[in-house]
Ligand binder design. Structure first.
Ligand code: LIP
Length: 326
């Protein structure tokens, strides 16, 4: 099968936006219902691998809707989704167009009525992310992107805006950065300790000033609680970078396209090649680092500036051993 053309991708995007907005209505109704139920006994919230890995009936409902709609509209397309994978079906990628879907990214936020949860709809073609739609119905923020065609934010009351929202600024070092990290749902010491040590090093002052060895004293660290919205915020230019180990391809697929189209640089583990192309290994590798579009300068290209930040970042944080299959 030939790769999807630019005009086919445009049509798919229009259709996917309608799907995302319909899913958003279910999320809004679900959020209300969960808060009402929380006042009684049955919350409809279930645990997956542990008590912080949550799934609600609305995650399942939205994924079922999305799967059904895709099957009817694009019967030859493959499907990878968070809840389908949780039920034991995470098929390897093929060259066929494949929707890669997180029905509710930020389920913990969703359960707690913290209004940063979204549906994340990515499309992979020939094993590369090519289209992304991220919709946060609580704020009515819609992020969209097509490979080679730019990415956009649509919000109430203002015309759709091309991303990033502002001209690219330089970034001298991590000590100037506002960055996002996440705690994730794997709370074993072997996973949490290297992350916490890394967060400390990113935040702390140097030893000379009473901090820690390797302290970068970044401006600050944020956790939005949704990988997709972290990617979107990097694309927008509100975050300098975002790092997470332990999330999955459905959390990041749409965000990768949106961030890259906004000039962002995406890579995987410290061992991934740093040429900016998101290969299958990176997409499914459960380790992600994205740096916003930077202004180059003084003989340094924008890409070299991003690679410099990636290098500094990986020299600062610890790696975490995780299983890429479970
Ligand atoms: C969540 C991510 C979040 C991460 C969690 C989880 P979910 O996705 O977006 O960034 O820290 O471990 O993977 O489960 O809400 O779809």
């Amino acid at each position: 099968m030939a790769p999807l053309s630019a005009s086919e991708l445009k049509d798919i995007l229009e259709w996917t936006i309608i799907l995302a907005r319909n899913a958003g209505k279910i999320m809004l109704e679900g959020s209300q219902a969960i808060q009402i139920a929380a006042a009684s006994e049955d919350t409809g919230i279930n645990e997956k691998k542990n008590s912080v890995d949550l799934v609600t009936e609305y995650d399942v409902k939205v994924e079922e809707l999305v799967k059904k709609e895709i099957r009817e509209k694009y019967p030859s397309f493959k499907f990878v989704g968070e809840e389908t994978a949780a039920a034991g079906n995470r098929p390897p990628l093929t060259d066929e167009p494949t929707f890669c879907v997180d029905p509710i990214d930020g389920t913990t936020n969703f359960v707690h009525a913290f209004p940063f949860a979204c549906i994340s709809l990515g499309l992979i073609d020939e094993k590369r992310p090519v289209l992304g739609v991220i919709y946060n119905p609580f704020l009515d923020h819609l992020y969209t992107g097509i490979k080679g065609q730019g990415s956009y934010l649509t919000r109430p009351g203002v015309p759709p805006a091309k991303l990033p929202l502002h001209p690219a600024r330089p970034l001298a070092s991590l000590s100037q950065a506002l960055l996002a990290i996440e705690w994730g749902s794997d709370r074993k010491a072997s996973v949490l300790k290297p992350k916490a040590d890394s967060f400390t090093r990113l935040a702390a002052d140097t030893v000379a000033n009473g901090g820690v060895e390797g302290g970068k004293m970044a401006h600050s660290l944020r956790s939005i609680g949704s990988a997709a919205l972290n990617f979107a915020m990097v694309a927008q230019g509100g975050l300098d970078l975002y790092w997470e180990i332990g999330c999955w391809e459905w959390d990041v697929c749409a965000g990768i396209v949106i961030a890259q189209e906004a000039g962002g640089f995406v890579t995987g583990s410290r061992w991934s090649p740093h040429d900016g192309e998101v290969t299958e290994d990176i997409l499914r590798g459960r380790k992600y680092l994205v740096v916003r579009g930077l202004a180059g300068g003084k003989g340094e290209s924008a890409l070299d500036a991003q690679k410099r930040i990636v290098k500094e970042f990986y020299e600062t944080v610890d790696d975490v051993d995780i299983d890429i299959n479970k």
